[in-house]
Design a protein around this ligand. Structure first.
Ligand SMILES: Nc1ncnc2c1ncn2[C@@H]1O[C@H](COP(=O)(O)OP(=O)(O)OP(=O)(O)O)[C@@H](O)[C@H]1O
Ligand SMILES: [Mg+2]
Length: 269
């Protein structure tokens, strides 16, 4: 069974059909890179997975659990949606850290809220029964994550005192803190100066070795080829081509993929 199944997702904004029957699947531990020109629907697709947008049609299944089914959809409570959203972690182009909180607070905030909610409803959170114990677990985990993204020494800094690359690495740690099944990145390096891009891409590469399942929307073609198990090339709301990096980037078949890749300076063949 695949970890993620996306079946025939269709999304329109008014008359503009932005996603036209998108289907793909992802196995546990796999990295999917989504490439494609501006306006092809990449961000909209990630937003549909994260319940930030609601598709008109289609089905989204994670680990066999149907999270969304356009045929049977009825309005859901915000708490239900929040729970479903937890399957996906999201890292945006623009970091979106809370400026008034220290790095460590940015990371522990959401898990602490989750712990409170879960303790109230089930009496247990990650094997402990009191909020104090939960807080301790959350803090320990946050410190491990900060180490993982190479920012242990910045734990008490405020976001405004960090470089863009550091802020983005905190955003990655923050997304991981909720232990999502699938971590999604929407152009995680496109707001960064070129010299800061590498440090963020290296952290993402590092996550691959620790078996995280990831979807990365990126314009970094070289990186996509390096890190992805599977590449999807989107054009005008459809998957124009998909396959291994070897297939899609080194040996594209679709003329649109060829035209898109030819815009990049390097020759990938
Ligand atoms: N909230 C919205 N309301 C109306 N139209 C939208 C909305 N969000 C996106 N669109 C439209 O959907 C289409 C796809 O946009 P999307 O942001 O998904 O593209 P993208 O592939 O992520 O592009 P980019 O590479 O520039 O980020 C565009 O035509 C865009 O104008
Ligand atoms: Mg986008």
């Amino acid at each position: 069974m695949s970890m993620l199944n996306v079946d025939n997702i269709q999304k329109s904004f008014g008359k503009n059909e932005v996603l036209k029957n998108i289907s793909f699947s992802l196995e546990k531990g796999e990295v999917l890179a989504i490439i494609g020109s501006s306006g092809s629907g990449k961000t909209t697709l990630l937003r549909c997975l994260n319940f930030l947008e609601r598709p008109q049609k289609g089905k989204i299944t994670v680990n066999g659990e149907v999270l969304f089914d356009g045929d049977t959809y009825s309005k859901q409570k915000e708490s239900e949606i929040r729970k479903k959203r937890l399957h996906f972690g999201m890292v945006f182009q623009s970091f979106n850290l809370f400026p008034q909180y220290k790095v460590i607070e940015n990371i522990v905030l959401a898990p602490q809220l989750q712990a409170k909610e879960q303790l109230k409803s089930t009496g247990e959170y990650m094997g402990v029964k009191t909020y104090k114990e939960a807080q301790q677990k959350i803090m320990e985990n946050a410190l491990v994550l900060l180490e993982k993204v190479g920012l242990s020494e910045k734990k008490d800094a405020y976001p405004c005192n960090l470089s863009g690359g550091q802020q983005q690495r905190v955003a990655i740690a923050r997304a991981l803190a909720l232990n999502p099944d699938i971590l999604c990145f929407d152009e995680p390096t496109s707001a960064l100066d070129p010299e800061l891009t590498g440090e963020v891409l290296n952290v993402i590469k590092g996550l691959k070795t620790s078996d995280s399942t990831m979807i990365v929307v990126t314009h970094e073609i070289e990186f996509a080829r390096d890190v992805a198990d599977k590449i999807i090339f989107m054009a005008d709301g459809v998957i124009a081509e998909e396959g291994t990096p070897q297939q899609v980037i080194n040996n594209p078949q679709n003329p649109r993929t060829k035209a898109f890749l030819s815009r990049f300076k390097q020759n990938f063949s």
